[in-house]
Design a binder for this molecule. Structure first.
Ligand code: OGA
Ligand code: NI
Length: 352
């Protein structure tokens, strides 16, 4: 980030991170062995479903162990990511993302119109991924997006494809647990994803920053996904807004765990029983930091709205339906550059 205008990274005073945040009691840690081992008793499944339910309700964020994703795969991808970002800017820009093809490298993303101190590489989980051509509600044209792959390191494509398959398996399992915790049949959510999801994976690289008290790696935001599965390296940075007291809580890296957070789509599906929670990533002066979120998204033409089973006369729908792909496209365009206007939020679909 040499030679850039530092001013555009500076957060408004109320968003500036406190560098002395106390280590609060962390987010729940949940052992997934009942769904990753062979013989599981119904009572163990029951207990797990309850744990998931309270984590979703009280935090919207949790950490999972014994998740079944091979450790070597995650390590290989983190190493490949490190190698890719260590290249010169010129080399990285050879695989830049652009408005016609949003997969690729990008070095300046804006969250809520302040520049993030990070570099990213985005890949779609499915190739090609079908997306609406424009955000115009009346235009039904669809485009196919394909990935750009780095030339270096050489095995990148194989590693990331293998990793994506593992993320998908885990995401489906988690969605089943979440469905059961809401009293729905286990496969209730599957239909929204199997006909061509718009899920994508992001490599985040946060370079060391000389003014960590003023900037953020990712500004405060909620993920617009159904669910996010995040791998972070051993450097701290992720913070979660605790629902009970609105304080920022640091999420301590735990070797091979994954961090799961609910996104906007589950909030709408569950008619606010489970909320998408605000989070951000801090930067620091000494160490670079890497993280890899996988954002699990339904098919672009999914009409997102509160599920029928979860609404009734006493609990009417709180949102009007919106198209998953149009919303995501709007946000992708918006994050791409400074717009000087408020971003679209699911709040905008809220019924009075
Ligand atoms: C994100 C995100 C957190 C992190 O990319 O949406 O929240 O720790 N990242 O990198
Ligand atoms: Ni996020």
């Amino acid at each position: 980030m040499e030679g850039v205008d530092h001013q555009e990274f500076v957060q408004e005073p109320q968003h500036r991170p406190s560098l002395s945040t106390m280590e609060a009691q962390g987010i729940p840690v949940i052992d997934l062995s009942p769904i990753t081992s062979n013989n599981t008793s119904p009572s163990a499944m029951d207990a797990l479903t309850k744990e998931i339910g309270s984590a979703c309700k009280e935090w919207g964020f949790f950490q999972v162990t014994n998740h079944g994703v091979p450790v070597s795969l995650r390590r290989n991808l983190l190493e490949a990511s490190k190698k890719f970002f260590s290249q010169s800017l010129e080399d990285k820009k050879k695989v830049s993302r652009d408005e016609s093809s949003p997969s690729g490298y990008y070095e300046s993303e804006y969250t809520k119109d302040v520049r993030d101190w990070k570099e990213v590489f985005d890949f779609f989980a499915k190739e090609p991924t079908l997306f609406p051509a424009t955000i115009d509600e009346h235009n039904h044209r669809v485009v196919q997006w394909t990935n750009k792959y780095p030339h270096y390191p050489p095995a990148f494509r194989d590693i990331i494809q293998e990793y994506i398959e593992e993320m998908e398996k885990l995401a489906y399992k988690l969605m089943e647990l979440i469905a059961m915790s809401l009293g729905l049949e286990a496969k209730r959510f599957e239909r929204f994803f199997i006909r061509g999801q718009t899920s994508f994976i992001r490599l985040n690289y946060y370079p060391p920053c000389s003014f960590p008290h003023l900037a953020l790696g990712v500004g405060p935001h909620k993920d617009e996904s159904a669910l996010t599965i995040l791998a972070q390296d051993e450097v701290e940075g992720l913070e979660v807004k605790r629902k009970t007291n609105q304080e920022w809580v640091r999420v301590k890296p735990k070797s091979n765990d994954y961090i799961i957070n609910l996104g906007d789509i589950i909030q709408v599906w569950s008619n606010d029983r489970y909320e998408s929670v605000e989070h951000r990533a801090m930067v620091n002066c000494e160490s670079e930091r890497f993280s890899i979120p996988y954002f699990f998204f339904p098919t672009h033409d999914t009409e997102v709205k509160p599920l029928e089973e979860l609404i009734n006369d006493q609990n009417p729908p709180k949102y009007r339906p919106y198209k998953s792909g149009k919303f995501l496209l709007y946000r992708m365009i918006n994050d791409f550059k400074k717009q000087n206007k408020d971003n679209l939020q699911i709040h905008d679909y809220k019924l009075a």
